[in-house]
Structure formats: structure tokens, C-alpha cells
Design a binder for this molecule. Structure first.
Ligand code: CTP
Ligand code: CA
Length: 233
């Protein structure tokens, strides 16, 4: 759609979007990372700005992507940096969307020098510790009326389907909306198309058809716009 064809329903709404994957340093040359491309978060930021929002994009590591027009971009690397940047930007935000792939664990120690091989043929053990749950922190400190949106990449297993896990995660996380992607078989990561469901805190479940990440972004902002309207903003 041409930008001038889009609704301006997010005019003046202050929005924070996180995108990309964090990197947790092990030593000066190595890190634990993930396959997030950042494309979905960038699409969310771009579409929100086109619909009139004041957008801050907190970008961790992504494939090469142009800065979305009219968006403030803050670059970070680790989950700890992402947390500081998101928390600062969220203080006066109306909506926060956590599309970033945040590492759940980081090396408990970061070696000052490159870790060397030993002559005895042994391999080092990497000890991990938990990263903070950024979204949980946002939920705990939520401003009145602030909307919080999470993402979840799920696989079905013997304990339940993708949607069973996702409904539980939405409750557990305490978010207003949860975007669910079914992962595996080449879906969601490093591709331009995305599919899944949009779950709401009231239990509503909307199927998001396979389409461009721009279209998923549009579905999310339509739902956010509706919630803002209901809350009288
Ligand atoms: N998230 C976060 N901080 C973390 C981990 C995840 O803010 N340390 C956010 C993600 O950006 C996403 C949502 O939480 O919006 C759900 O992430 P997910 O990895 O699906 O959930 P987890 O609670 O980490 O559960 P799991 O053990 O299934 O990975
Ligand atoms: Ca996780």
C-alpha cells in the first residue's frame, strides 16, 4: 500500500518496538546468538510510523536493513543493553512491542582474552546464567493504559499444540496481545513471509494468513488501534 493510502489511526501514539537478535559475548571474538533477521520488527516500526505513530526502534543484531523512515533507531547488542534501552524508551510509551529475539541465557563470565585451546585436548565448559525477562519487567511496571505486545515462536510437542502453548504463554506473560509464529520447517526465521496467530488477553484468536511481514505488521497495528480506541485514547 502507498503510505498516503494508510490510515493515520496511530497519530501521535508513542510506540517502542524491539527487533533483531541479541548477542551474548563469551570472549572478545565469540558470542551466543540466534537467527533473528529483525525484518518483522522493522516492518512493525515502519508501518506504525506510516500510520502516524512516534516510533522508537530498539534494534539488536539484524541482517542489513534500511532504517525505517521517520523512526528513531537505537542500536544495542546484548540482552542487558536491550533491556536498558527498552526500559528507558518505554517510560512514556503508549505501546511496547517486543519483537526482538532475546537470549534467555548468557555466559556467566565473559573472558577478557580469547579462549585458547589446551594441549591436553580438553574442551572448556561454558556456564550460563539467566538473562532478565524484559517483557516481564515491562508488565510489572506497566503505566496505566499502556499496551504490551509479545511475540512467541512455538513448536507443538507432546504437552500440547502451538496454540495451547501460546495461550498459556499469553496468560503467564500478562501481555495484551501475543503474536504466535509456528516455527520449524524453514518458517519465520530469515524469510520475508510470516504466518501465525494473534492472541488477545480476552481469549480471542485471529489467524494471520501467510503473507508479507508488512501484512502481519498491519494486523498487529489494527488490533492495537482497536484496543486504544476501546480504552478511549
Ligand atoms: N522476552 C523478553 N526477555 C527475555 C526473553 C523473552 O522480553 N529474556 C520476550 C520476547 O521478546 C517475546 C516474549 O518475551 O516478546 C516471548 O519470548 P519467548 O522466548 O517466546 O518466551 P520465554 O518466556 O523466553 O519462554 P521460552 O522458555 O519458551 O523461551
Ligand atoms: Ca525465550
Amino acid at each position: 500500500a502507498r503510505p498516503d493510502a494508510l490510515p493515520r489511526d496511530l497519530d501521535g501514539v508513542r510506540i517502542v518496538v524491539s527487533a533483531g537478535g541479541t548477542r551474548e559475548q563469551l570472549d572478545p571474538v565469540r558470542f551466543l546468538g540466534n537467527r533473528s533477521s529483525g525484518k518483522q520488527g522493522y516492518a512493525l516500526a515502519r508501518v506504525a510510523a506510516q500510520r502516524g505513530a512516534e516510533v522508537t526502534l530498539v534494534a539488536a543484531h539484524t541482517v542489513a536493513l534500511p532504517d525505517p523512515a521517520g523512526v528513531r533507531v537505537a542500536r544495542v547488542s546484548t540482552a542487558a543493553e536491550l533491556e536498558s534501552a527498552v526500559n528507558a524508551a518505554s517510560l512514556d510509551a503508549d505501546v511496547v512491542v517486543m519483537a526482538a529475539a532475546v537470549a534467555d541465557f548468557r555466559p556467566a563470565a565473559r573472558a577478557e582474552h580469547k579462549i585458547k585451546k589446551k594441549d591436553d585436548g580438553s574442551a572448556p565448559t561454558v556456564v550460563l546464567e539467566r538473562n532478565p525477562d524484559i517483557l516481564a519487567g515491562l508488565v510489572a511496571r506497566r503505566r496505566p493504559g499502556q499496551l504490551l505486545v509479545g511475540f512467541a515462536a512455538e513448536t507443538g510437542d507432546e504437552h500440547g499444540s502451538v496454540l495451547d502453548h501460546a495461550h498459556k504463554k499469553l496468560k503467564r506473560k500478562g501481555v495484551d496481545l501475543l503474536v504466535v509464529n509456528a516455527v520449524g520447517e524453514g518458517r519465520a526465521f530469515e524469510v520475508d513471509e510470516n504466518t501465525g496467530w494473534l492472541l488477545s488477553a480476552d481469549g480471542a484468536e485471529q489467524r494471520i494468513p501467510l503473507g508479507a511481514k508488512t501484512e502481519l505488521a498491519t494486523t498487529v497495528w489494527d488490533a492495537v488501534s482497536e484496543l486504544l480506541r476501546e480504552s478511549g485514547r
